[in-house]
Write a protein that binds this ligand. Structure first.
Ligand code: RIB
Ligand code: CA
Length: 310
């Protein structure tokens, strides 16, 4: 089967970095047309730099990186440096990348790449939805050449991770999430309900580190850092594999369960801003949105190990 054309929009960010390592390691299945970056976990300058660092580490200088929006559409920016470290890549040691981002803005790059694609492109969003939302508003017609938007974000039964009721990516730009959910033709959302099922426990990261090779070592380093923070915050054993779950969905959808949903985003309440109201009283014929409810965590880590192995 030919590789699926995708574009990854991200805010690396420790787990974004692992998602990129996984995607970069699957050229047989994923034809990565570009990586676009957005302000989120850390500043826009750092997320762009970090995407270039991971690209170099993965040996994928063939994939262009485009820096994007430096702030959300409406609300004030909120970063997550406390979780991702000052660099945004946790405790990972790295050299400055030889190749930086292109000069074209990410929003313009998304419009151009999707418009020019011969077959529909899958967009993966693992940070705030700002870039993709603006691309859809700038050129609504690109929706006709989008196969699917896969978003890491939101929470239903799990509750929030940045407030009582909101997950970070949606909280960081709720208006952008609303635009994507209402303008994209097909959206698959992996929220905390499923990512909290996929935990980077110590045995799992030890197995990853034991594979040998630079990318497995980097993935284990990044996940160990996240797990330390997760543990320190009393949020359980092992960092949730938030962003890598979007790539695992594309590589092995059989490892997941998804169901049709209507998802509304709270955009004004000071208490529940960014909350995702996920309603299952809808059929697949009535909505283009799916909410992922379950994952085979062991299967996801087997997939990650197989792709990270030297
Ligand atoms: O809530 C988890 C999400 O917020 C992940 O994308 C993580 O990178 C942070 O951006
Ligand atoms: Ca992210």
């Amino acid at each position: 089967m030919p590789a699926r054309p995708i574009l990854i929009d991200c805010d690396p960010g420790v787990d974004d970095a692992v998602a990129l390592l996984l995607a970069f390691a699957a050229p047989d299945a994923l034809d990565i047309r570009a990586v676009t970056t957005v302000a989120g976990n850390v500043s826009a300058g750092l997320t762009a730099r970090n995407a270039c660092v991971i690209r170099a580490l993965a040996g994928r200088e063939d994939v262009p990186v485009f820096a994007g929006c430096t702030r959300p559409m409406v609300r004030a920016p909120i970063e997550a440096e406390h979780f991702h470290g000052e660099s945004g890549l946790g405790a990972l040691a790295f050299d400055a990348p030889a190749r930086g981002p292109e000069t074209e803005h990410a929003v313009n790059a998304i419009v151009r790449i999707v418009s020019e694609a011969v077959q529909p492109v899958t967009l993966v969003i693992t940070g705030p939805c700002t870039n993709v939302a603006l691309a859809l508003l700038l050129a609504p017609g690109i929706a006709d050449n989008i196969a699917e938007v896969v978003v890491m974000g939101g929470a239903r039964s799990e509750g929030g991770n940045v407030t009582a009721s909101a997950e970070y990516n949606i909280f960081a730009d709720p208006h952008a999430a609303h635009v994507v959910l209402t303008m994209a033709p097909a959206v698959t959302v992996l929220g905390l309900d499923v990512t909290h099922q996929i935990r980077a426990t110590a045995p799992r990261t030890a197995a990853l580190a034991g594979l040998g090779g630079a990318r497995a070592a980097a993935a284990a380093n990044l996940l160990d850092f996240s797990s330390e923070v997760t543990r320190a915050w009393g949020q359980g054993e092992g960092a949730p594999l938030h962003d890598p779950a979007t790539i695992a969905w594309l590589l092995a959808p059989h490892l997941f369960t998804a169901r049709p949903a209507r998802i509304a985003v709270e955009m004004s309440s000071p208490i529940t801003l960014g909350h995702t109201a996920v309603d299952f009283h809808v059929t697949a014929a009535e909505t283009g949105v799916r909410w992922v409810t379950d994952a085979d965590a062991e299967g996801v880590f087997s997939l990650l190990n197989a792709r990270m192995a030297p």
